[in-house]
Design a protein around this ligand. Sequence first.
Ligand code: FES
Length: 263
Amino acid sequence: MLRARRRGATTTTTATATATATATNDLRVRIRRGDQSGGEMVCYRAPRRAHQTVLDVVTWIQRNVEPGLSYRFSCRVGMCGSCAMMVNGMPRWTCRTHVKDVLRGARAELELAPLRNLPVIKDLVCDMSDFFGKWQRAEGRFHGAAGRHDPVARIAPHDPRRAAADAGIECINCAVCHAACDVVASHPGYLGPAALNRAWTLMNDARDTAQPQRLRAVSADGGCQNCHSQQGCARYCPLQLAPARSIAGIKKTVARAVLAGRL
Ligand code: FES
């Protein structure tokens, strides 16, 4: 529903800042506004600019049109993982997503919403407690035994376990894979691709001392066996990681442990 908003836009049907936007070069942006109790899509206009990212557009709207608009960002260079949201129905990191790559047809429209599969706090901001709670449930924390005076462990870069850990280690916790996962959508108790990918990197860390409890955690109810290998996580991961491949590795490790009587 189009609604009049602030800055004297009381009789118009869109919230439009006229300071720098031009009618011929506007971008139409629909943003989900509201909190846990409900929300609605509100339409704004922002200027089109060369090389602008989706985060640039949201920031422009917040600074020029709607100061109450809530969203998250920090680094703006694809490192912190805080800026992810649904962009035209797809989960994306918005600081590295160029507008020209996601526009819908000739209407040049952006539709922005909070990440799927997470509770909304306000507008584009999700509550990440459950997401990171799943990292805890999956034993996604390093447990070491070495002290500060012990020698640094020497692990060859080409060691197969090191290589398996390296393949998933660059995760920035953006929750894009969590939002893309249809299993999480239908089974909220599922640990999800990010938490399991993190667990897999630690299962391949020769220094970690919590492998038995991690194996139990990732094979328990809500664990790796829920993955249907639909690959939504790999399709949308902005860093081209493959959590589904990590989960397949976990499934094999769990199967071997069961056959060996360790689970
Ligand atoms: Fe840090 Fe986008 S703002 S990843």
